[in-house]
Design a protein around this ligand. Structure first.
Ligand SMILES: Cc1cc2nc3c(=O)[nH]c(=O)nc-3n(C[C@H](O)[C@H](O)[C@H](O)COP(=O)(O)OP(=O)(O)OC[C@H]3O[C@@H](n4cnc5c(N)ncnc54)[C@H](O)[C@@H]3O)c2cc1C
Length: 288
């Protein structure tokens, strides 16, 4: 289908983008990679009057270390994250997650900020930023604020972003000490999106037991979530097969799983438990 008519602006700076959005906070929309928004416009699920293209604001695409944090600009593409040598060394969960997204074209255009802002229930980044306990920096006409990823995802394709606000940066505490990571995804055979995607970040003691665990889950429900039952069962535990299996059984605690033509709620939860077990196992062994 063809989208409804819209205007298009390419601001040179973030400040210019904010004032363009502020002029029409309900009718204007941010355009980043366009790999979710343009399809939605073609289906007329979204009918913005103005697109504010932030993908060309060079200062919004970066990956850098600052103190004990990793800072990622919102328009950094999936490919830039996948191929970052820095991230492979200091936070390998991010490149692993990026590599699982779509195909080469999608990874070259799609952005981490766009994916998080879009909050597709089957998107991969929400699981990873939850497992890394990220903070999201939002900027709008009233200034800047920081929101924890755990508070950002509100419901089906709904986030804490307010009209006129832009997600500017993703901040992640640099993993330190001995740690393990893994992103395990059961992709839908047609779309490649996650039927289930499990991101695990483990802090490990010297003897290999689990100091603390964070588990982000996507695909299972209307929004990504932290599997707190799994995290509690792993904290302080030795990571033997039995402990991992019983912890993974909590992957859907308190969750009403989504159902569609491909997967019933029961199947989704069973899959989530299996992939959680696999992800913990892989993280325990160092990652991947
Ligand atoms: C064929 C195909 C396969 C795909 N497969 C996968 C997959 O396997 N896994 C996966 O996770 N995703 C997948 N995607 C989606 C892809 O990752 C998108 O790139 C991503 O969801 C959205 O990022 P974007 O930069 O393209 O955002 P856009 O499409 O430009 O924007 C999406 C939404 O976010 C808003 N937005 C964008 N950036 C910001 C910002 N910085 N601040 C505030 N709001 C913002 C826009 O206004 C819009 O509402 C696929 C897409 C396609 C077309």
């Amino acid at each position: 289908m063809i989208p409804t008519a819209f205007d298009y602006q390419v601001p040179a700076t973030l400040e210019e983008a904010i004032s363009l959005l502020a002029a029409d906070p309900d009718g204007a929309k941010v355009l980043a990679g366009g790999h979710s928004l343009i399809p939605a416009m073609k289906l007329r699920l979204a009918q913005p009057q103005l697109l504010v293209d932030i993908a060309r604001i060079k200062s919004l695409a970066y990956i850098r270390e600052e103190g004990n944090q990793i800072l990622i600009g919102a328009t950094t593409t999936h490919y830039q994250l996948e191929s970052s040598e820095l991230l492979k060394q200091i936070c390998p969960l991010l490149p692993q997650c990026a590599a699982s997204i779509g195909d080469v074209q999608v990874r070259n255009k799609g952005t981490i900020g766009g994916s998080i802002a879009h909050s597709d229930p089957a998107g991969d980044w929400p699981a990873a930023v939850l497992a890394l306990d990220a903070e999201l920096v939002l900027v709008g006409p009233n200034g800047e604020r920081t929101v924890k990823a755990t508070d950002f995802f509100v419901g089906l394709m709904t986030t804490d972003l307010q009209p006129g606000e832009i997600l500017r940066e993703i901040r992640i505490a640099k993993p330190s000490g001995r740690f393990g990571h893994s992103y395990q995804k059961a992709p839908h055979p047609a779309s490649g999106f996650a039927v289930v995607g499990i991101a695990v970040q483990l802090d490990l003691n010297d003897d290999g037991s689990c100091k603390a665990a964070r588990v982000g889950v996507t695909g299972v429900s209307t929004k990504a979530y932290r599997a707190q039952g799994v995290e509690t069962a792993l904290a302080g535990a030795s990571l033997d097969e039995q402990t991992i299996a019983s912890a993974a059984a909590h992957a859907c605690d308190g969750i009403d799983p989504s159902k569609d033509l491909y997967a019933s709620g029961e199947y989704r939860c069973a899959l989530a438990q299996v992939y959680t077990r696999r992800a913990i196992q892989a993280a325990k062994n160092g990652g991947g």
